[in-house]
Design a protein around this ligand. Structure first.
Ligand code: SAM
Length: 327
C-alpha cells in the first residue's frame, strides 16, 4: 500500500472530480455567458486512455471516489464507455455523475449498467418558463431524464438547486414537495463568485440559514445524515423520507474538511474550487511519462492545495467559469 495522498495541512485527498468536457447544452446565466464559444479545442481534451491512466494513478494513491462532471458530461460522446472503464479500476468503489439531465432519458440505463451508482441533477426551478429564462433549455427534458434515472434504479438521486433571490427563492417549498413526491434528496447551494457570470449572480446570493429557517416554519426538521462524505449538512423532514442538504461555501465554508481535487477536460488539476492553483498533467502524459512519474506529479500538485477559498475576501479572483471544473 502506498503512502496515501495528503496535502500539507494533513487533509487526505480521496475524491477526484473529473470534468470530461467544458461544453454544455445549457447556458445557466450564473455559470456560462450567453453565446459563449471559447471552449477548449478537442485536441486538448484528455482522451479516454489518458483519463483512465490518471484515475488509476489516483486510485493507487488512495482515491476511491470519482465524480464525472463538466460542462455537461453527457455531451461527451462515449461517456458510458468511459464510466465502465473507470468503474472497473481497482480501488474505485464509488463512481457518480453530475448532470443537467437533458440527455439522461436516453442514457440512464446504460450509465447504470456501466457502474455509475449515484446521480446528482441540477434543477433550479420547476416552472418551464423560468427554466428557459435561467438555462435557455426545456424543463420537460430534465424531468423526463429524472424519471428515467429513477426507473433505472439510481439511488439516491440528488437534486441540486442554486438558490437565488428574486429568481427562484420563492420555489424552495415547491421543490421540497416535488422531492418528497418522487423520493429524491434535495440540496440547496449558495451562489459562488466563479467567473464574471458567477460574480454578477452573487447579487442574488441568499444565505441558506434563511432558507432553513423558512422551511422550519413549515416542516419539522430533524438532524440528518447522508452517506457520501461531501460538504452538505443534512436535515431530515419529519414524517417523510426526504433529506435536505445545505451547501454553504459562502456563509459557512467547509475547507478544513476538503478531501477533493478537480481535473479539467484538458488535464489540468485544480487544487481548490475557489482558487486558481493548478498543475498541468497533459504535457507529462503526452511526453510518455511513467506511472511513477505521474504519481509523483500528482503528489507535487496536491502539495499546492491552498488552505481555503477566499470567495468572500477576494470574490474577483477566480476567473474561470464553474463549467471548467464542474463545481
Ligand atoms: N452540467 C452538470 C450539472 O448541471 O450538474 C455539471 C456541471 S455544473 C457546472 C455543476 C453545478 O455547478 C450545477 O449544479 C450548477 O448549478 C452549479 N453552478 C454553476 N455555476 C455556479 C455558481 N456561480 N455558483 C454556484 N453554483 C454554480
Amino acid at each position: 500500500m502506498k503512502e496515501p495522498l495528503t496535502d500539507r495541512l494533513g487533509r487526505k485527498i480521496e475524491y477526484l472530480r473529473l470534468s470530461v468536457t467544458d461544453r454544455c447544452d445549457l447556458r445557466c446565466f450564473y455559470c456560462l455567458p450567453k453565446g459563449f464559444r471559447d471552449f477548449e479545442i478537442p485536441d486538448h481534451w484528455l482522451d479516454f486512455d489518458e483519463i483512465e491512466r490518471v484515475v488509476a494513478a489516483f486510485a493507487r494513491l488512495g482515491t476511491h471516489r470519482v465524480r464525472l462532471t463538466g460542462g455537461e458530461p453527457l455531451v461527451r460522446r462515449g461517456l458510458p464507455d468511459l464510466a465502465a472503464r473507470l468503474a472497473r479500476l481497482p480501488g474505485i468503489d464509488d463512481l457518480s455523475l453530475s448532470t443537467n439531465a437533458t440527455r439522461l432519458a436516453r442514457h440512464a440505463r446504460t450509465l447504470r449498467e456501466a457502474g455509475i451508482s449515484r446521480i446528482n441533477v441540477s434543477l433550479d426551478t420547476l416552472r418551464p418558463e423560468r427554466f428557459r429564462e435561467i438555462t435557455g433549455g426545456r424543463l420537460e427534458k430534465v424531468l423526463d431524464g429524472l424519471m428515467a434515472a429513477r426507473d433505472a434504479g439510481f439511488t439516491p438521486i440528488k437534486i441540486n438547486m442554486v438558490v437565488m433571490r428574486g429568481i427562484n427563492d420563492d420555489e424552495v417549498g415547491d421543490m421540497v414537495d416535488f422531492c418528497i413526491e418522487h423520493g429524491f434528496t434535495l440540496r440547496f447551494i449558495e451562489t459562488m463568485p466563479m467567473g464574471e457570470t458567477g460574480r454578477d449572480a452573487s447579487d442574488r446570493y441568499v444565505d441558506l440559514d434563511e432558507i432553513r429557517n423558512r422551511l422550519a416554519r413549515r416542516f419539522e426538521l430533524l438532524p440528518g445524515m447522508m452517506p457520501g462524505g461531501g460538504p452538505a449538512r443534512y436535515v431530515q423532514v419529519a414524517g417523510t423520507d426526504l433529506r435536505i442538504g445545505f451547501i454553504t461555501p459562502i456563509s459557512r465554508h467547509f475547507c478544513e474538511s476538503c478531501n477533493r481535487v478537480r481535473l479539467s477536460a484538458d488535464g489540468t488539476l485544480f487544487l481548490c474550487l475557489g482558487q486558481e492553483h493548478s498543475y498541468p498533467l497533459r504535457p507529462l502524459l503526452r511526453a510518455g511519462c511513467s506511472d511513477a512519474e505521474l504519481e509523483a506529479a500528482i503528489r507535487e500538485a496536491v502539495a499546492l492545495k491552498p488552505e481555503r477559498h477566499e470567495f468572500r475576501e477576494k470574490p474577483e479572483q477566480v476567473i474561470r467559469f464553474m463549467s471548467m471544473t464542474g463545481g
